[in-house]
Design a protein around this ligand. Structure first.
Ligand code: PXP
Length: 252
């Protein structure tokens, strides 16, 4: 089975920094540590309200990842402002996400079915600029098909509902995992590259990583939390090892 890439989302390093309005901890330093620990790329979400990552962080992250020849995955709402920022930096990848000011995190996937007419031209301009575009969607057949229809090259499946069901011991966890598997298969059949992310921890990473169609996981909040106890490098290395174990078990 192909090696699963790990993108590390460093947003919450900025959350801690912003809690005191100081210059530390620095998300760029976290990105460098993540890459040294074996992350395949860095993910950052510049939210409209700048609650964690700032414009200056994106400038610095774009420069650092470009100098190192490593991918930056820029998570962005489908707005003119974010499109303009993406087109200035031309990151390796842009992941289109829904955004509501009142939400704590990205609580559900982008509604690509409803948003087709707004999303398609943005995808086209980003792709034209050489950016690989993904749509962050729920594991829903209509959303997978709509992502293909707007011209995205990648879908990222929202694993939040599954991960929460596992953590809370809810019986629907296995049905939610089956939905993720079905959407991953559908995505590949449509010629899309399939990623997954949100809410993943050491427990949920293995069933998700075992889905053979997946090419990349994006993980943030849990890793930054775990870094408090064991350090960022070791937390990433442990996650990486669990991903590799899941793939080795599946292949055996
Ligand atoms: N992928 C996307 C598109 C996201 O919006 C997020 C959260 O910002 C993640 C992955 C990472 O989620 P978490 O921080 O819960 O690991």
């Amino acid at each position: 089975m192909t090696r699963l890439r790990l993108g590390v989302n460093i947003d919450h390093v900025a959350t801690v920094r912003n809690a005191r309005g100081e210059g530390y901890p620095d998300p760029v330093r976290a990105a460098e540590m993540a890459l040294a620990a074996g992350a395949d790329g860095i993910t950052a979400h510049l939210r409209e309200d700048r609650r964690h990552i700032s414009d200056a962080d994106i400038d610095a992250l774009a420069m650092t990842t470009r100098q190192r020849g490593l991918p930056l995955n820029f998570e962005m709402a489908v707005t003119q402002e974010m499109e303009a920022i993406a087109l200035v930096h031309r990151p390796h990848a842009a992941c289109l996400v829904p955004e509501r000011r009142e939400e704590v995190t990205t609580e559900g996937g982008l509604d690509v079915v409803k948003g087709h007419n707004t999303i398609a031209p943005v995808v086209s301009r980003l792709v034209e600029a050489g950016i690989r575009v993904s749509c962050f969607i729920d594991a829903d057949p209509a959303q997978v098909a709509a992502s293909k229809a707007v011209g995205a090259q990648v879908i990222e499946l929202h694993t939040g509902a599954y991960c929460e069901a596992v953590r809370e011991g809810k019986p629907e966890a296995s049905a939610l995992l089956e939905k993720l598997k079905a959407s991953a298969r559908q995505g590949v059949e449509l010629g899309l590259e399939v990623h997954a992310g949100h809410g993943i921890d050491y427990e949920t990473v293995k069933p998700v990583a075992a889905i053979p169609e997946l090419m990349e996981l994006n993980i943030g909040h849990f890793l930054i939390g775990e870094a408090i106890f064991i350090g960022l490098g070791p937390a990433i290395q442990r996650m990486r090892a669990l991903m590799d174990e899941a793939r080795a078990t599946k292949a055996a």
